[in-house]
Design a protein. Structure first.
Length: 404
């Protein structure tokens, strides 16, 4: 007998037929004698629709009310799945975040899980019941509903695996596992059998959806192996595990992309200590995340241009803040471009394989793709390019690094 947590994403519970399919997967796991906790996301598209409704009221919709609104999608899917299980003759019950309770901090719309109470659910599952828990949501000490950031039911599943000390944490989705790139834009994408926490964290932070970055980080910290699988096929999926259990044959493990990038250049600021701090301080205080930064200085060393990238949705606010500080920053002009994408290659094998950087740049140059900015870490290289070249760039890099 094993204790399992099975998480089904929005794409796995997107229709009533899919919910019935999920109920059958759960039924099979029960018949094998396992103790089961299921975590569900909202039906596909539901959370986005709810968010659009709040935007129609105000783009600055109150965060605490937004959490009540967005978390409602999971209430629907978790009751439908519990009902479907009962219908198959399986003892089952739904739990919303506050009923468990899953206690989080008060950081609305991106809360962290502090504690999960386990007694009641442990009692239920050890008496052959299937506990169906709503993902993505919790409750704060102020007794207000919180959510864990978009894609956060992955994090719910990892935290449940930790607090309930489960034997495995299985993430079911609409693709076969973690692939070498997004199959939606490159049909040559291949399934990866094993990937390290570090590589997966880079992949998901750099745009590959499959797993929420915070969930990968949580699993890495507590060393909880993740098994990503398809709801719609029996294939073996991908194991996300410790680096020490992986042999890196290739320099590059995967290619990721994120389309929603914007670039801002502040042209002609005085080149003296403190300028970059003056530019970025108001942005930081307004929760605007800066990604890539490039600074170049004029030949006489007196003036500099500072270029940086942000999420497209932060562009208007960023421009407002910089314009407000025009006198202090004393620049000539600001330029911006909001139709950009970041394409990245990721692989722990890069550390021991020299020449990856030039190969990447050469293959993009051969396709006449201009690089606008670059950032690197030990296990990834990212380039900023024009958004309409994303697919071309992903395909060429995927081929160049032998992933086809
Ligand atoms: P879920 O509904 O299960 O939470 P997500 O939409 O969050 O699913 O993640 C699955 C999707 O992620 C896939 O349909 C796929 O298009 C996309 N994706 C992007 N990059 C990758 C990748 N490297 N491997 C697998 N899927 C990817
Ligand atoms: N339903 C939530 C979202 O769309 C959580 C999740 O899917 O994991 O962000
Ligand atoms: Mg997801």
């Amino acid at each position: 007998m094993k204790r399992l947590v099975l998480k089904f994403g929005g794409s796995s519970v997107g229709t009533i037929d899919k919910i019935k399919k999920v109920a059958n997967i759960v039924k099979k796991k029960v018949s094998e004698g396992n103790q089961i906790i299921v975590v569900v996301s909202a039906m596909e598209g539901v959370t986005n629709d709810l968010k659009k409704k709040s935007d129609l009221i105000s783009k600055d919709f109150d965060n605490k009310e937004l959490d009540v609104l967005l978390s409602s999608g999971e209430q629907v899917s978790c009751s439908l799945l519990s009902g479907a299980l009962l219908n198959l003759g399986i003892k089952a019950r739904s739990w919303l975040g506050w009923q468990v309770p899953i206690i989080t901090n008060t950081n609305h719309t991106s809360s962290q899980i502090m504690k999960i109470k386990t007694e009641e659910i442990l009692d239920f599952i050890s008496n052959k019941g299937v506990a169906v828990i709503a993902g993505f949501q919790g409750i704060s000490k102020e007794i207000r509903i919180t959510t864990l950031g978009r894609g956060g039911s992955d994090l719910s599943a990892v935290a449940i695996a930790k607090f309930f000390k489960t034997d495995s944490c299985e993430i079911y989705t609409d693709v076969e596992g973690v692939l070498t790139t997004d199959p939606a834009i490159n049909k040559n994408a291949k399934k990866i059998d094993k990937i390290s926490y570090e590589e997966m964290l880079e992949m998901s932070s750099l745009g590959a959806k499959v797993m929420q970055p915070n969930a990968v980080q949580a699993s890495m910290i507590d060393n909880i192996p993740i098994h990503v699988k398809s709801t719609f096929s029996e294939k073996s999926g991908t194991k996300i595990i410790s680096e020490s259990d992986i042999d890196h044959k290739n320099a590059v493990t995967g290619v990721a992309y994120a389309k929603n990038n914007a670039k801002v250049s502040i042209v002609g600021v005085v080149d003296k200590p403190g300028v970059a701090a003056d530019v970025f301080e108001p942005l930081g205080k307004n929760n605007i995340n800066i990604d890539m930064v490039i600074q170049n200085t004029s030949l006489d060393g007196k003036k500099a241009n500072i270029t940086f990238t942000i999420k497209r949705e932060d562009l208007d606010k960023t421009l407002d803040l910089i314009e407000k500080d025009k006198e202090k920053l004393n620049y000539n002009k600001i330029t911006h471009d909001d139709k950009l994408a970041k394409v990245s290659i990721i692989g722990a094998g890069m550390i021991s394989n020299p020449g990856v950087t030039y190969k990447m740049f050469r293959s993009l140059a051969d396709e006449k793709i201009n690089i606008l900015a670059i950032s690197t870490s030990e296990i990834k290289i990212s380039v900023l390019i024009k958004e309409d070249l994303t697919q071309k760039a992903v395909k060429t890099l995927h081929k160049t690094f032998g992933l086809n």
